[in-house]
Design a protein. Sequence first.
Length: 294
Amino acid sequence: MPKKAKPTSHRWSLSPGQRLQHYKGGLYTVVGPCTIEASLEPGVLYQSFDPLADKDIWMRPASDFWSQIKPGVPRFTLVRQPTSSALWASQLPGVLGAPLFKRVLEEYGAPKRFYHGQEHIFDLFEKARGQGLHLSTEQELSVLLHDVVYVPGAPSGVNESQSVDYMRRIQSSVSPQHSADWDLVAKIVLDTASHVPTCPQSQLVLMLDLSTIGGSPLEFAVANELLWLENRHLLHAAEEPRKEFDTRRLAFLETLLAQGPLFTGVFADLEQRWKENVSKLRGDWVQKYQRPAG
């Protein structure tokens, strides 16, 4: 007698391309749904997001994705992935013209952009829309262009300066009917290097740019993992590359913390959360790297 298929009412609806974070911190991508032959229960095929990891495709019962390693710690957590809708709804496609706008976005789609890629820009515009913010043309341009040139490990200010140079090159291609204060755009972009506003229009852009560190613990952890993937090739000579990265990341965030409050106004609720994120990161570092021998 053939096996009777189990009901699928509890099938976890995961789509190909969705991202998952494992409880140990690694990121995985959903390949697609499957049916486990032995039990006829729904399963999920997935593989590591890390391009240097083993590219074997793994399979796990869909119900097991919801299982908890211990109370409050799920095996996998679904990672929110922003879409381009808020960006396309901005002024920018009209200001730059669709061909130039798409060309700028292609810069963010370059290989090995894990954190500073298109999804980061999509996320910033989603957050601006979610907060009901009305960014000026200059603010929108600076959000779009502030990381258009990004080389991991470049000295502070270099990427931003080169992004301004990129802006100057495309400036002449913008229709005169869409006027913008390009010098102000340049000033805001340069401010994203120091995270210190030099003009009132910078403040909102800087808070948007830093909003990930004040995000949920999951958003914060995923950003750190993507930054590790983006920068690890620079640390191959270190005795413990991941420890070196984690140490530098923690030092950077603690330096930022010492600058004083980062988030005000509509982003004020992020201030306490980002302090909690840094505190947890500090605790995780101690637990991981300063555990007593034996």
